[in-house]
Design a protein around this ligand. Sequence first.
Ligand code: UD1
Length: 424
Amino acid sequence: MTPDGECDTFVAQRSGELDGEVRIGGAKNSVLKLMAACLLAEGRHVLANVPDISDVSLMCELLEAMGVTVTRADHRLVIDVPDELNTEAPYHLVERMRASIVVLGPLLGRFGTARVALPGGDDFGPRPIDMHLQALESLGATFSTAHGDISGTAEVLKGSEVVLEYPSVGATENVLMAAVRAKGRTVIHNPAREPEIGDLIDFLNQMGARVGWVPDRLTVDGVEVLTPAGSGEGFEVIPDRIEAATFLAAVGVCGGSIYLRHAAAEHMTMLIRKLTEMGMHIVADDEGLRATVSGRLASADISTLPYPGLATDCKPFLVTVLTTASGVGIVTENIFVGRFRYIDELRRMGADIRTEGHHAVVRGTERLSGAPVRAHDIRAGAALVIAGLAAEGETEIADAAHIDRGYEDLAGKLSGLGAAITRR
Ligand code: UD1
């Protein structure tokens, strides 16, 4: 049972062709950072198109632990940030959601002090924050660790040249949210270019920040005061490209024709190109995109890369599609080494997959076979749900709470398209 009283298992059956329309919600990986950015300015911020997922609930808890008041209704968040805040992020919250580390930058930017529990490892292996700290040190912050926490201080943050040796999403976000309050100009070289970074920049600029974006660097002219964003209707979070990818994979294994309302095709160029190469027919319009699959898809090789490359978060879905496609596909993971744990679960369902280091060789089979499996993380869990739609018999996916971290009513949305799936 999840804390919300939801049953903790998805039960999927082999499904026929999918048909109908599904609404894509706001991006998890954007809204969490926008919520952290609110810490930069006293007053009332409003966010719209906020997905009803448990990671948002956790971020609400974290902000509340700092003294912020959050009201949540109808996919909107009203975030009231007081003048004074408790600048500590405790372990029991950081441990449950590693993205909490992103409060470090805004707290240092506004208060010159922050204490955040160090995140531990997870199912993707260790997730270091060395680049976050180096980048913040370039602005003049200093760090010390004790009792499992990292404490940062900065008398004055000074604009500087920041060079990221790798375009880390989290490090880019943290340094950006500190630099908006630094004295003078910061230039961030080799930043992450994900659409969620663009959303954060738009949000910060609406707060009065001065961030400019050219392809290989960000320029940030520090300002003295920021004001709340999202007055009126609220700041609209961009659509979740990873949720959209999940439904594309579902139609990929089941066949049929579905319309993804609010999906942003411009954020999914590489994925659309890859699925088209495999035989999916995708047409985008102003409101979303339609994906049509007739017959079995053909295999293709897949390699994950920082945006605009193929997102590592989409890889589990693509692997699932390959398990039922015709031919052999080689999958290479370049972002998180060891992000292959769900493959053992897919093998239990009859998938033919061999792994070697950060490569997987997937040989398509005509039919998977339903089995009890376990969701180890959000995307791996969703990939198993999709595999269950293509498998003979029943697939029980345990630990569904992992899936709820990033999906609003995945079972309901899939069954709205005709998939045979329930919660138990
Ligand atoms: C974010 C996303 C995650 C996505 C990932 C890559 C959120 C909440 N999460 O995670 O879903 O899969 O981007 O698109 O937005 N690294 C270091 N040192 C650092 C920081 C990162 O070595 O200081 C390494 C990581 O271990 C990893 C790689 O860099 O191998 C990418 O990490 P990063 O881009 O920072 O991902 P996250 O921000 O953690």
